[in-house]
Design a protein around this ligand. Structure first.
Ligand code: SF4
Length: 176
């Protein structure tokens, strides 16, 4: 992998394959042009995401960070991260949503312009995960704000995250 990246920096660019075991199947990959067209209708060709840490252990964040590296490179799908919810189409929320983050998440949701999407990322965000039942958490994003897409895993791999987001976009394109 390192060799491939160095080759791209020093020589002619070539596509870098996903590592083995990728969750993005050839069928998903084949849908990408149609998904991008659908995304163009819904979000003007790009999907801007604001990531919100709702009290995660940080492993889900590491996988999100990997989305922008040269291997996964989600920008090629028109997907990118922004610093403010006011510039975002979607919120990508990790963690079980701790009580301390509950109000902040609600405010972030309200600050995101319509039509806004919410993606709950990781087992904790889905239903509290290993923190489920604790007095300190809300047991998942859906107990705080409406959720459009759940991506389970502890943590989900970058390829699984991409596959989840692409399926959400596919559903949006279908609704359009
Ligand atoms: S789902 Fe797993 S990796 Fe993600 S925040 Fe929860 S414990 Fe951490």
């Amino acid at each position: 992998m390192i060799k491939e990246i160095l080759k791209n920096i020093t020589g002619k660019k070539q596509a870098i394959r996903f590592p083995g075991g990728s969750a993005v199947s050839p069928e998903d990959a084949a849908k990408i042009p149609a998904l991008q067209e659908g995304m163009g209708k819904v979000f003007r060709r790009s999907l801007r995401i604001r990531q919100v840490d709702g009290g995660s252990c940080n492993a889900c964040e590491w996988e999100c960070t990997a989305l922008t590296n040269p291997v996964y490179d989600v920008e090629r799908f028109g997907i990118g991260f922004v610093a403010s919810p006011r510039h975002a189409d979607a919120l990508l929320v990790t963690g079980p949503v701790s009580r301390q983050m509950e109000l902040a998440l609600r405010k972030t949701y309200l600050a995101t312009p319509e039509p806004r999407l919410v993606i709950a990322l990781g087992d904790c965000a889905v239903d509290g995960g290993i923190y489920k039942g604790s007095y300190a958490v809300t047991d998942g994003v859906a107990n705080v704000i409406p959720v459009d897409c759940f991506i389970p895993g502890c943590p989900p791999s970058p390829a699984e995250i991409i596959a989840g987001v692409l399926r959400l976009l596919e559903e949006l394109a279908r609704r359009k």
